[in-house]
Write a protein that binds this ligand. Structure first.
Ligand code: GLA
Length: 722
């Protein structure tokens, strides 16, 4: 990893693992992008410069006969001085004009600093480019970090008011990135409840293609991620650039094709329903954007993200540690449980390799359905005679751990908390609030609300010896407004909510380092890198049907490592889809992540118990490959009847291949699978077939998996280097 500055050419070259990023400070003092892609020599790259027609373009202020700012490939585009593309920053100066001309002032190379109040990647040497408006002193610092162990660049911007009056930020994106032409397609991950992170891929076109969230949450609707792919980029070949925001509130990501045939990417905090007052001397930090590069297709890009997040973003204590293998009572009981029932659910799996009981929604306040009780984090002793302590003591006596569900950011209208503090719920005075799942949201922009949440949750987990917390978030903001913000600051709400969320995560999650925290959001509706920083695993979807999960898990893996995906084996017919899939298939698909079970174990037959025991034993044998290994997606369930994936240890000594076929027919076509990710020159044993061959043989010749003859059939194979 190196950050090289060439004084003669004024070029900054960042060399990371398998990538290079270069820009120079041009004669105007403008940071002009030169290159992003595979490693190249530390050469003078200015020969790559090219400009389209400039006849009617505005020149930079006061300088005639040079190209317009509109023509330069930009490191940070700004508004009002001839650049008509999407600006990364837009301000209102004290005098009311909206100009800022951000030109090079100086640079530093530093150890990567943390972003105050927001999660970000760690490690890596960091280049800081200081830009400044020479007239009024408004300034921006651009941060770039490269790594020698993963093919990503982390970028962000910090905006500074060095003027003597208030500045209003109307837009404060994290980055601009210039791409050399317009021959790209944009891949994004869309979804909805129980159908998270499905894949869209469309060509970019003249004008702006964008995705965003206006929900004060990163959302299931569109994950804060885009990939820019060449039209011929496939899973295994071709250029892929991935852009992922480390952010959980409203965001936007844009690709703009310009008349000169170049493409500019911008994005960050959504400027829709946003502005921010910056007093003299104040700074505004933007969330980090992680930009991955691969010349090995979408698969290579995914592995770059997986490595980056496992090495530099997710809690080091847990990221590679064996996970709780749990039984969750939600689909077993919903709200209808008592102490004997919960103990019986734990008893039924004792000795089967399941080591944690997670008690889901309904243990607190007045909460016998989803219309009341949120916010009252007091054990419901009437429902749970002897309290949760009775369950916890029993579970601990079995040698198992205990997990507990919370939805800390929420309040029910029918709750003691709402009756005492209606002003703590987000809403506008004199207007009714929208209900969503019958509940309201707490105003995390307020310190008193955050203090209440931190104390309420901490008291329960500390007083009850809780080992594991499932942190849910089941609705999005409406009527965003806070009693504590001045009228002209109300459009700071969405970002302040994110800062409030990170504050309570710091205090609750990081404040209890020995408790394992899982994230959740009405299934997987807040599955983003910032959440991942605090929660080493996230519930991927409320849809636990194995067939649907092949798509959800495939799409999620485009960016996020398998270790973050929480995946459960549930009952059939499936509660969401009504599908009946084989028990083995459900386990094979759920074991491609951090796994668990979510069904009424008291109804297990002896045969099912034996199956679970075997499944958990087999899971433990491959858990390290799933959590730490490289993922190779082979067949996509979006494009075929098949879902085929391989996970391979980093040293390529062991691998697992998962093969899934949607429907059985009288004469199923022969489907050969070519293994991926092995060392081509090493000999491997394919255990289930008793076959010994070179990695290159398994990867080039392939073999036909022996699917059981049923719909939704799955089979797994194991390769060991000999
Ligand atoms: C959400 C979660 C579920 C479950 C319920 C409880 O829907 O995604 O897993 O915890 O809430 O109300």
């Amino acid at each position: 990893m190196a950050i090289i500055y060439n004084d003669k050419t004024k070029t900054f070259m960042l060399q990371g693992k398998d990538l290079c990023y270069a820009f120079w400070i041009n004669d105007l003092g403008y940071p002009e992008h030169l290159y992003f892609g595979s490693p190249v020599g530390a050469d003078d790259l200015r020969f790559t410069r090219a400009f389209g027609a400039t006849s009617t373009a505005a020149t930079p202020p006061g300088i005639d006969n040079v190209p317009s700012y509109n023509a330069y490939p930009s490191e940070l585009s700004f508004f009002g001085t001839g650049d008509y593309r999407e600006p990364a920053v837009q301000i209102v100066n004290p005098a009311g004009d909206r100009l800022c001309e951000l030109l090079f002032d100086s640079y530093d190379i530093v150890k990567k600093p943390k972003i105050s109040g927001m999660p970000s990647m760690d490690g890596g040497d960091t280049l800081v480019i200081h830009l400044k408006d020479k007239i009024n002193g408004f300034a921006a610092d651009l941060y770039y970090t490269v790594y020698d162990d993963c093919s990503v660049i982390a970028r962000r911007a910090v905006y500074k008011n060095l003027t003597s009056g208030d500045i209003r930020l109307e837009r404060a994106y994290s980055f601009s990135l210039a791409l050399p032409d317009r021959n790209y397609e944009m891949l994004s991950l869309y979804g909805v409840w129980a159908k998270e992170r499905h894949i869209d891929r469309i060509p970019v076109h003249h004008g702006v293609v964008s995705i965003d969230s206006k929900r004060t949450s990163s959302s299931a609707t569109l994950n804060p991620f885009i990939a820019m792919l060449r039209p011929d980029t496939t899973e295994t070949h071709g250029e892929a650039i991935g852009i992922n925001l480390v952010y959980s509130s409203s965001y936007v990501l844009k690709a703009e094709v310009n008349p000169d045939g170049t493409t500019q990417l911008t994005g960050g905090i959504n400027d829709f329903d946003f502005n921010w007052r910056l007093a003299p001397g104040e700074e505004f930090e933007t969330p980090e954007v992680v930009i991955a590069w691969s010349s090995d297709g979408i698969g290579g890009m995914s592995r770059a993200f997986h490595d980056a997040y496992r090495e530099h973003l997710i809690n080091k204590k847990y990221v590679k540690a064996s996970r709780p293998l749990l039984i969750n009572n939600w689909e077993a009981t919903y709200f209808n449980f008592d102490v004997p029932k919960l103990c019986a659910i734990a008893d039924a799996v004792n000795g089967l390799g399941i080591d944690t009981l997670v008690l889901d929604d309904g243990w607190f306040g007045k909460r016998d359905n989803d219309s009341s009780g949120l916010g009252d984090w007091v054990v419901n002793d009437k429902k749970l005679v002897g309290g949760i302590k009775a369950v916890i003591d029993h579970v601990h006596s079995l040698g198992m751990k205990f997990g507990l569900w919370f939805e800390p950011e929420m309040v029910s209208e029918d709750s003691d908390l709402f009756r005492a503090h209606p002003e703590w719920a987000i809403g506008v005075p004199n207007r009714k609030r929208c209900y969503s799942r019958h509940q309201f949201m707490l105003d995390l922009t307020r310190k008193d609300v955050r203090d209440y949440i931190v104390k309420a949750v901490s008291d329960i987990i500390e007083q009850n010896n809780v080992d594991y917390v499932k942190w849910d978030y089941n609705r999005n903001v409406t009527e965003s407004w806070s009693y504590c913000l001045e009228p002209e600051r109300q459009m700071e709400f969405a970002h302040r909510y994110a800062l409030g969320l990170y504050d309570i995560c710091e205090r609750i999650v990081n404040g209890h380092p020995d408790i394992f925290f899982e994230g959740c959001s009405a299934g997987g509706a807040r599955f983003d890198p910032a959440i991942m920083h605090y929660f080493p695993q996230i519930w991927t979807s409320d849809d636990s049907d194995a067939e649907e999960r092949t798509k959800i898990q495939y799409g999620t893996s485009i960016v996020y490592p398998l270790s973050v995906m929480s995946c459960h084996v549930s009952v059939c017919p499936n509660h969401q889809t009504g599908h009946t899939t084989p028990f083995d298939t459900r386990a094979i698909i759920a074991h491609l992540g951090a796994t668990g079970y979510e069904l009424d174990t008291t109804k297990f037959t002896d045969e099912e118990k034996a199956a679970v025991k075997l499944q958990t034993e087999e899971y433990h044998k491959i858990e390290d490959i799933v959590l730490e290994g490289d993922l190779y997606r082979i067949d996509s369930p979006f494009d075929s009847e098949f879902f085929t994936e391989a996970v391979v240890t980093k040293d390529k000594s062991r691998a697992e291949l998962i093969c899934y076929r949607r429907f059985a027919s009288v004469n199923n076509e022969i489907k050969r699978v070519k293994m991926a990710g092995l060392d081509p020159d090493a000999e491997y044993m394919l255990e289930e077939k008793g076959l010994r061959a070179k990695g290159s043989t398994f990867m080039n010749v392939g073999f036909a998996p022996s699917y059981p003859h049923s719909d939704f059939a799955a089979v797994k194979y194991h390769f060991t280097k000999v």
